[in-house]
Design a protein. Structure first.
Length: 311
């Protein structure tokens, strides 16, 4: 089969696909319109997030047998239409779930112990011990929304702490020895920490809004390593201001797009300005799943799944 690679990935992806007898073409720069002119030549596509694969694109991909997404989600692909056309969809959540679990824990512990704030102060000659007194994770209840690969990974990391872990998922019977599955209402009543591990879908887009936050019985800490568009940033900022949310660790942002950097040179939304200035907010650039190890593991997962289906 002929495979078109639209994004750069770990070298083992090309190496191992070559070894399996596939022909690999790399095109990391052509526009979507240019790719559409030649896509009929290919049996497979490997992509990360370069552009959206929509129905119009798929109509031109007349010989396509599979799309491999080197990542956890498939939201940049019209999955329903692809499946109607008999195209296999291959993602790799197994490849970066460990990295996401570790990053989620890092965000939470950094928030609890004010590590980012304390680090900045010490570097500026401030030795403020009482002001940087932390709180402990032990004894807390952690609620996870979404209990697939990423949620399960975070729950496993929490086993070393004396915590109660609850999970809510639209799928039944996903709880395990690391998390007890409960209703959303029970999770909102009990948790001290909320962590999102959901894909981007119509159900999850703008899910965390003022109404949702008001449904919690007590102020909570918020972690999001899932999708930025699941959170209404303006509502989160308001909740941080009024104490309904005690602090936030955000690896993803509602404003994420190809021109994200332009936020710093043009008009910046007030809510984003507030997050940047807040000492109880930690931000990272959508790298929870990006480790040295996960880059290789993601590529290997894609190879293994292609091999299992087509060899």
């Amino acid at each position: 089969m002929n495979i078109l690679h639209l994004d750069s990935n770990h070298p083992l992806l090309i190496r191992e696909l070559n070894a399996l007898g596939f022909t690999n073409t790399l095109d990391f720069s052509a526009s979507k319109e240019e790719i559409e002119k030649t896509i009929h030549k290919y049996d497979g596509i490997i992509i990360r997030s370069r552009f959206k694969i929509d129905a119009a694109f798929l109509d031109k991909a007349t010989t396509l047998k599979f799309i491999g997404r080197v990542g956890a989600g498939l939201e940049n692909i019209d999955c329903d239409y692809a499946q109607k056309k008999g195209i296999s969809l291959i993602a790799a959540p197994e490849g970066n779930r460990n990295a996401v679990g570790e990053h989620s824990l890092a965000l939470l512990l950094s928030l609890f112990n004010k590590l980012n704030k304390a680090d900045r102060e010490v570097r500026n000659g401030k030795w403020l011990r009482e002001e940087n007194r932390g709180i402990e994770l032990d004894g807390k209840t952690v609620g996870l929304i979404g209990y697939g690969n990423m949620g399960k990974s975070f729950a496993k990391k929490l086993r070393g702490f004396d915590v109660t872990v609850l999970c809510y998922d639209i799928k039944p019977d996903v709880g395990d020895e690391n998390a007890t599955q409960v209703s959303l209402q029970e999770l909102q009543q009990r948790c001290d920490v909320l962590s999102l591990h959901t894909p981007e879908t119509p159900l999850t887009t703008k899910m965390v809004n003022t109404k949702f936050i008001r449904g919690f019985a007590k102020p909570f800490w918020f972690i999001n390593t899932a999708r930025g568009k699941s959170v209404v940033t303006e509502d989160l900022a308001l909740a941080l201001k009024n104490g309904a949310v005690l602090g936030a660790g955000l690896d993803v942002l509602e404003y994420e797009k190809a021109s994200f950097e332009s936020l710093f040179s043009s008009h910046m939304p007030e809510a984003f300005q507030y997050l940047i200035a807040s000492e109880n907010v930690i931000l990272s650039p959508h790298v929870a799943g990006w480790t040295v190890e996960s880059k290789e593991r993601l590529a290997q997962t894609i190879v293994d799944k292609i091999k299992a289906e087509f060899c």
